[in-house]
Design a protein around this ligand. Structure first.
Ligand SMILES: Nc1ncnc2c1ncn2[C@@H]1O[C@H](COP(=O)(O)OP(=O)(O)OP(=O)(O)O)[C@@H](O)[C@H]1O
Ligand SMILES: [Mg+2]
Length: 229
């Protein structure tokens, strides 16, 4: 059964047709790699799918924790941001951690924003940092970590709330291949353990190899490449 399903998405920026009828289906717990040339619309697709960017037309259906079908484009901004905060996790190319906070405070932040007590939030954050093998940098600020450590902190932050879907846009794009593999291994292992689905945008076949399935985007249109690994 599908967890997230987009159909007929179009999105233009001025005269650029970034999406031209793109669709994608994500099933519960699967890791899907979104591939395609630069400028083909991968990030735009991910942003529409995650309710960050409203498409010009088309629909995005999400089945929430209670099993209710929700249509993202018909929700208001408040409902969409609530959905993102409670059911989705995000990892971008450059961690986008808060520079003034320690790594531990960064990972605890989504829980604090949901109203959890500091002690409980930091305990959960520590646990995730250990799983991502970054507990050693807990008290450092993001600027004092390596690129690979920073991305693993960002992955811990994405996972700490127990999301149903992780959206990752080129999470290894700024890392060397060894660190990239480590991030991918830990991200996909954690996602499989928790049952989170992963929508992974990447250029790199080596990164896509961690997925169950690939979707190729070309000129704003997407095509499922169904094959079992
Ligand atoms: N905010 C924006 N304003 C104007 N044009 C945009 C904007 N975002 C994307 N575009 C354009 O839409 C098209 C698709 O962009 P998108 O970022 O989705 O591509 P991509 O497949 O993610 O590329 P890359 O692999 O380089 O990240 C491109 O032509 C891009 O220039
Ligand atoms: Mg992109």
């Amino acid at each position: 059964m599908s967890l997230l399903r987009a159909e007929g998405l179009t999105k233009s920026f001025g005269r650029t047709h970034a999406l031209d009828g793109a669709g994608i289906t994500i099933r519960e717990g699967e890791v899907v790699a979104v591939m395609g040339p630069s400028g083909s619309g991968k990030s735009t697709l991910l942003h529409c799918l995650a309710g960050i960017l409203p498409p010009d037309s088309g629909t995005v259906h999400y089945r929430d924790h209670s099993g209710s079908d929700r249509e993202l484009t018909s929700m208001n901004d408040g409902e969409r941001s609530e959905l993102r905060r409670t059911e989705f996790g995000f990892v971008f190319q450059f961690g986008q951690l808060v520079p003034e906070l320690t790594c531990l405070e960064n990972v605890a932040l989504p829980l604090r924003l949901s109203g959890m007590k500091r002690k409980d939030a930091e305990r959960a954050a520590k646990d995730w940092m250990a799983r991502l093998e970054v507990d050693a940098v807990a008290d450092q600020r993001p600027g004092e970590t390596s690129g690979g450590q920073g991305q693993r902190v960002a992955v811990a932050r994405a996972l700490v709330t127990g999301p149903k879907v992780i959206f990752a846009d080129e999470p290894t794009g700024a890392l060397d291949s060894l660190n990239g593999e480590r991030v991918m291994h830990l991200l996909t292992t954690a996602a499989r353990e928790t049952g989170a689905a992963v929508v992974l945008v990447t250029h790199e076949p080596r990164v896509a190899a961690y997925s169950d399935r690939e979707v190729v985007v070309r000129d704003g249109r997407s095509r499922d490449v169904e094959f079992a690994r």
